[in-house]
Design a protein around this ligand. Structure first.
Ligand code: PBG
Length: 325
């Protein structure tokens, strides 16, 4: 027999031995649950393309947050779906807008038992579905949008968000948000930058969840990253950290494990990865057909995201995984 016989298989013999030598340990502590709250509904509204995920009422959101506490999930990220949208997305910074009301509810319900993140963007609130202000020629106005993001950050922090998570991919958004938070006395509010966020076809189910259609069949390629680019992600990440980001995110996750690994190697701040709606929906759909074991694939996928280097993982599987981890 060739030497060294059984060298690699020896450590795989029993479940306990494998547990002892496992390099990656996924924990409930790593997870953030994305939740949606919708204005003007009196029953939670299922999202067909995201099985098991709903648009919450303010009341059902409170219950879900309490359940996450019981499950040991440390954090949630909140997205709002307003009843009416306008060109500016004014619902995003309205102190009585759905997200601000829900953030106050959450603070009241769970106190500091959950870290409450607020997604900071305009697309859920604009009637054209873009992440910023649209000029007459159809392009998104970077600097005018960033001014609005600063207002949104202050409104979210006033309402009790622990973390503002800007996802709009405007240049300079982190610096503007940090300055606005500091100037309004919110020096402790954390900024988690969606730093390397790619223009991805995997956000489809999310857009159903927040009732967003981009006007004229448009896309976000003029502000989100091109998926052909890897080095550019580090440029984005390093700039966001220089602007004051406390944590940085790569999004989506599975098709970008190389980017997650690069970012992990390059920075010392916590690295988050967002396992997005399309990644979740693909697993659910194949599992529904009996083509894969959905629970096993979910565990494998989310563990892989951690193995690549993510410290924090945003995933619609958070509550399900919390039950098995
Ligand atoms: C923008 C935002 C999006 C997602 C999170 N924040 C959508 C987009 O950029 O079009 C997608 C999340 C997912 O697909 O799960 N506010």
């Amino acid at each position: 027999m060739a030497f060294p016989a059984h060298r690699l298989r020896r450590l795989r013999r029993t479940p306990t031995l494998r547990r002892l030598v496992a390099e990656t340990r996924l924990s409930v502590d790593d997870l953030v649950a994305p939740l949606f709250v919708r204005e003007g509904i009196d029953q939670p509204n299922p999202i067909a393309s995201l099985p098991g995920v709903v648009q919450h009422t303010r009341e059902s959101l409170r219950k879900e947050a309490a359940r996450l506490v019981d499950l040991g999930v440390p954090a949630l990220i909140l997205f709002g779906v307003p009843a009416t949208k306008d060109a500016q997305g004014s619902g995003a910074w309205d102190p009585d807008g759905i997200v601000q009301l829900a953030l106050r509810d959450l603070r009241d319900e769970v106190g500091d038992q959950l870290v409450v993140l607020a997604d900071l963007c305009l697309d859920e609130y604009t009637d054209h579905g873009h992440c910023g202000l649209v000029r007459a020629d159809g392009s998104v106005d970077n600097d005018a949008t960033v001014e609005l993001y600063a207002k949104v950050a202050v409104a979210q922090a006033d309402a009790g968000a622990d973390v503002c998570a800007p996802s709009g991919m405007m240049d300079g958004q982190v610096a503007a948000i940090r300055a606005a938070l500091d100037d309004s006395g919110h020096t402790d509010t954390v900024v988690l930058a969606y730093a390397a966020k790619y223009a991805s076809a995997l956000y489809g189910p999310f857009r159903d969840a927040v009732d967003v259609t981009i006007a004229g069949g448009g896309d976000r390629k003029a502000y989100q990253q091109d998926y052909r680019n890897r080095r550019e992600a580090l440029d984005e990440v390093l700039l966001d950290i220089a602007e004051g980001a406390d944590m940085v995110m790569v999004k989506p996750a599975l098709a970008y494990l190389d980017v997650i690994a690069d970012v992990r190697a390059a920075v010392d701040v916590p690295v988050a990865a967002y396992h997005v709606s399309g990644e979740y929906a693909m697993v659910k759909a194949a599992a529904e057909r009996g083509w894969i074991d959905g629970d096993a694939v979910a565990l494998e996928h989310i563990t892989a995201v951690k193995r690549a280097g993510a410290d924090v993982i945003l995933t619609y599987f958070a509550a399900e995984l919390a039950e098995v981890l």
